[in-house]
Design a protein. Structure first.
Length: 253
């Protein structure tokens, strides 16, 4: 009995250590996509990162030039020192203009505190609104606040988007995607929040594993996220961030 107990304890400890180390093994995922366009746009590269939570970003995170950075929410959470969040913003804003949307945990450090940091670093906070991207009038980035309610937030966010605009859309949760698919409002949708289930047993997890996929409406990216929540463990859903090269769909030029 002692042998089996000892073996089980050792196996559990080994698994926990493996999951802990796995949570720190963060991958850069690279993608190339082509977006439909009625007016054309210059190719560009973005970095999309979400669910940083308690992690400290490495100084060399952005290893090659990008044109914009999009933070898909949960930049921080309760208990994370503001200095760490400031360091993370410094690293991201030194690489390119940064666009940010609120996640479900961010306000735990105080909305006023976080907005002060955003203003200090020149971060564009997308409060249910659209902004011109990279000086191209018909290229828009649209973002919504996690805690704003109802389809009214979508109408508000898209109120300044034109029919011929190419749209990149960011939401902390992918649950909002279904409202946009039916109307074809966005050409590329990005989200996090689910952590890919964070701890999966084979194909099974609390949420679907993150992925980049193409649909009839455009591209959809749901990331496994950079950090972890509750437990600093991962299994079967690797930590990740994304570098995406975006080109115009030449067929529509």
């Amino acid at each position: 009995m002692k042998y089996f107990f000892g073996t089980g304890f050792a196996a559990t400890a080994a698994l926990l250590l493996f999951m802990y180390r796995n949570a720190g093994n963060i991958k850069e995922k690279n993608h190339v996509i082509r977006l439909d366009t009625a007016t054309g746009f210059k190719p560009f590269r973005i970095l999309f990162i979400a669910d940083i939570h308690r992690k400290k970003l490495p100084e060399a995170l952005v290893s090659r030039p990008v044109d914009a950075v999009i933070i898909g929410g949960d930049l921080t959470e309760r208990g994370v020192p503001l200095r760490r969040t400031a360091d993370n913003l410094r690293i991201l804003t030194s690489a390119a203009p940064v666009y940010y949307i609120w996640g479900n945990n961010d306000r735990e450090v105080g909305e006023r505190n976080l907005r002060k940091l955003m203003k200090h670093f020149g971060v564009h906070v997308l409060d249910n609104q659209a902004m011109e991207l990279l000086g191209q009038p018909n290229l828009k980035v649209v973002g919504i606040d996690y805690f704003s309610r109802g389809e009214a937030k979508i109408e508000k966010a898209f109120s300044t988007v034109g029919e011929d605009d190419t749209v990149l859309f960011a939401s902390h949760t992918p649950a909002i995607f279904k409202y946009l698919r039916k109307d074809g409002k966005a050409d590329f949708m990005m989200a996090g929040h689910t952590h890919g289930g964070q701890i999966r047993l084979g194909r099974f997890g609390l949420y679907d594993k993150g992925s980049m996929k193409r649909t009839d409406a455009g591209y959809e990216l749901v990331t496994n996220g950079y950090g972890t929540t509750s437990l600093p463990l991962r299994l079967g859903a690797e930590a990740e961030y994304h570098v995406i090269d975006v080109y115009p769909n030449e067929k529509l030029q």
